[in-house]
Ligand binder design. Structure first.
Ligand SMILES: C[S@@+](CC[C@H](N)C(=O)[O-])C[C@H]1O[C@@H](n2cnc3c(N)ncnc32)[C@H](O)[C@@H]1O
Length: 228
């Protein structure tokens, strides 16, 4: 991690992935030899990840965000850099979607897109913005990750959000995933290995609370400021 110089990339501030988490993620991508990376939450981390994969053949960064504004800023930062990686920036609005009995906010992506552009060696979940909930992102990404690949969740120290999502994911995938919590790095990172392909069996408990939160968060999403 110490070999990754984040200040060279001018870390922009508190909305971005914490500097220690950036160093971990870059070092982790490098040690894995990750070629294909999927990112939810375009921004500072996008160029950082692109730089880690650029020398590897067949590389791809697919970066997804719900904000046209911030997606465009991240794309511009990438395009005006000297990074030679292949990167695709996609904007997808958030919409309610059922996962078993769980109604969750989910990125409205073209069906089959992630599987078509995968399999991915590494996924970063750093969005949608914390008010909107991140539980669905894992369910959408899991089939597009190569067995032996990794999903990294940021902000994993938040008990009533990310920690509860990790519990739901474990209930759904059991031994097909293997999570390790790194609570001392930044705001907490959860590094989850995809052990094998599996169909999820979504947790029924908590479905009503999840649906109510989704309704509230969807209303927030629809009424957010124009420039988000
Ligand atoms: C937790 S942030 C992290 C984004 C990205 N992974 C990073 O490290 O920069 C999540 C959200 O911040 C938003 N964002 C991106 N660039 C931003 C900026 N310059 N200022 C404020 N928010 C930004 C994006 O809409 C993104 O979904």
């Amino acid at each position: 991690m110490d070999k990754v110089n984040v200040s060279r990339l001018e870390h922009p501030g508190s909305w971005a992935l914490d500097p220690a988490s950036c160093r971990f993620l870059a070092a982790f991508a490098r040690s894995l030899g990750a070629r294909r990376v999927l990112e939810f939450g375009s921004g500072f981390s996008s160029l950082m990840l692109a730089r880690e994969i650029e020398k590897l053949e067949g590389n791809l960064l697919l970066s997804i965000d719900d904000s046209p504004h911030y997606s465009a800023l991240a794309k511009e930062a990438f395009e005006t850099s000297d990074c030679g990686a292949k990167a695709e920036f996609r904007v997808a609005p958030l919409r309610p979607k059922l996962y078993g009995t769980r109604l969750l906010l989910s990125y409205a992506l073209p069906k089959g897109l992630l599987e078509a552009l995968g399999p991915f060696d590494l996924v970063l979940i750093d969005a949608p913005h914390h008010d909107y909930g991140r539980e669905s992102v894992f369910y959408d990404a899991f089939p597009a990750v190569a067995p032996g690949g990794y999903i990294v969740l940021d902000d994993a120290n938040r008990a009533d959000m990310e920690r509860s999502y990790i519990n739901s994911w474990q209930a759904a995938y059991g031994e097909a995933m293997d999570p390790i919590l790194l609570d001392g790095i930044g705001n907490g990172l959860c590094v989850i290995e995809k052990v094998s392909d599996a169909k999820p069996s979504y947790k029924k408990a908590g479905s009503l609370a999840a649906a109510l939160k989704t309704a509230r968060n969807f209303a927030r999403f629809l009424t957010r400021p124009e420039d988000r």
